[in-house]
Ligand binder design. Structure first.
Ligand SMILES: Cc1cc2nc3c(=O)[nH]c(=O)nc-3n(C[C@H](O)[C@H](O)[C@H](O)COP(=O)(O)O)c2cc1C
Length: 419
């Protein structure tokens, strides 16, 4: 069922309806009375091939508000006005659309669109929060030109974007729908950096690259063109994820790097063309202050003191590059954080603070140690999204790194553009 409320963006839903029909879905359109002020009944009836009613008192013999709700596999409301969000939150049933929202057991996806002031109003914020808590998928609106000459957050996401979220919700839970990322460019970093000390030694970490390669494989399976920036990832690990031999996977390019500085340069360059950037590589916080040209000799019993300097923060630099305008519109940046809790904070508290500090859109937080995280096949993660200056937990997932990757990608798409 496609619910259409009375917003200026109602015309975009005609394109969404077309996309749904072209992909073989039967769609019953339920506009509100106000929606028909913007796009007439004839358009919805012609494009859907089904009758269109707005009130529970039309075609009463059908008891439409119950039947439509029961028959739907998915209810999409686009655009969702401030008014419809408020009605849905309060459980009002003044017309066929809001009554159906109360009778359906199907997943509900809402794509709000309104003026920035309405979107930012405390009432709307609270309505959205309550609806999300109840399990309604509420996309964030996109940012850009609104009805008049003003611009800001409040635009209806493009029909293709809403359609991608629809496909995802109709697919098996936790699995990206085939074609979810069709036409999208995904850049993933994997592995652990090596910070050279001398021609033969380095400081490294235990990251195997399994999580990053699993993310790349999941993005490929969902139809994206993928560039994997692999920092010291063993061939076996690439093979395990099905990314083995060069050219073995269509749509995949693998770029090898060693150090944090090399990884940074490569990521910044490639991110300029990526729709989704995933920083899954474990980057050394520090590197040796100087690189010895020849192999360091034994220093005897006095030991050896190494001086380290801090490496740049690649995730933050990616966010800054996007802010400077050198990234495709709507680029989503996803970071990974391996955390351990202590007496000052939980894993989630540290992860949330990190997300806000770095300015990324999503952070996949995983607790490391005790047989979890590094080098293992299993992972247990919490996905946190940045929304309006605070961190919101999207959900938790425990499973293989392949399963976790599919889940993260599908959530990143269905959680909507977060800027
Ligand atoms: C030109 C125009 C554009 C509007 N655009 C929006 C909009 O984008 N979002 C919104 O929440 N309300 C918008 N409104 C106000 C709604 O139409 C109004 O709140 C209406 O009562 C919503 O009814 P409904 O939620 O039953 O569809 C607009 C009104 C007008 C006249």
């Amino acid at each position: 069922m496609l619910g259409v409320a009375g917003g200026i963006a109602a015309y975009k839903s005609a394109v969404l309806l077309r996309l749904l029909r072209e992909h073989g879905h039967s769609v019953r359109v339920v506009p509100t009375g106000a929606a028909l002020q913007f796009v007439g009944k004839a358009t919805w009836e012609a494009l859907s091939g089904e009758p269109v009613t707005t009130s529970v008192f039309e075609q009463v013999d059908e008891v439409a508000h119950v039947r439509i709700g029961h028959e739907a596999d998915l209810v999409v409301v686009a655009p969702a006005t401030a008014d419809v969000l408020a009605s849905a939150r309060a459980g009002l049933a003044g017309d066929l659309l809001t009554a159906t929202l109360l009778t359906t057991a199907a997943p509900v996806l809402m794509a709000p669109a309104m003026h920035t002031e309405m979107w930012h109003h405390a009432a709307t914020r609270e309505n959205v929060r309550v609806l999300r808590d109840r399990g309604v998928h509420v996309l964030d609106p996109a940012e850009g030109r609104l009805t008049g000459s003003d611009s800001g957050p409040g635009r209806l996401p493009e029909p293709e974007e809403i359609f991608a979220a629809v496909q995802q919700l109709l697919a098996s839970p936790g699995e990206p729908a085939p074609g979810l990322l069709q036409g999208k460019r995904v850049l993933v970093s994997a592995g652990g950096t090596r910070e050279p000390l001398d021609p033969v030694r380095f400081l490294g970490n235990r990251s195997s690259g399994r999580q990053g390669t699993a993310m790349a494989a999941a993005a490929l399976a969902a139809g994206a063109r993928v560039t994997l920036v692999a920092a010291n990832v063993e061939r076996d690990v690439l093979c395990e994820a099905g990314l083995g031999a060069p050219g073995s996977a269509a749509g995949l390019e693998v770029v090898g790097v060693e150090s944090a500085l090399e990884l940074r340069e490569t990521m910044l360059q490639l991110a300029a063309e990526a729709d989704i950037v995933v920083m899954a590589a474990a980057v050394a916080d520090y590197r040796p202050a100087s690189l010895a040209e020849t192999k360091l000799k034994k220093q005897g019993d006095d030991g050896l003191t190494l001086q380290l300097v801090q490496n740049p923060d690649i995730l933050r630099d990616l966010v800054a590059q996007r802010a400077a305008g050198t990234a495709p519109a709507g680029q989503r940046i996803v970071g990974f954080a391996a955390e351990t809790g202590d007496e000052h904070g939980t894993v989630l508290e540290y992860g949330s603070a990190k997300l806000l500090r770095k300015g990324a859109d999503f952070l996949v937080v995983n607790e490391v140690g005790a047989g979890r995280g590094f080098g293992t096949a299993e992972n247990s993660v919490t996905l946190v999204a940045a929304r309006d200056g605070s961190a919101e937990v999207i959900g938790e997932r425990r499973g293989s790194k392949a399963d976790v990757s599919q889940w993260v990608l599908s959530r990143v798409v269905t959680s909507g553009p977060s800027r």
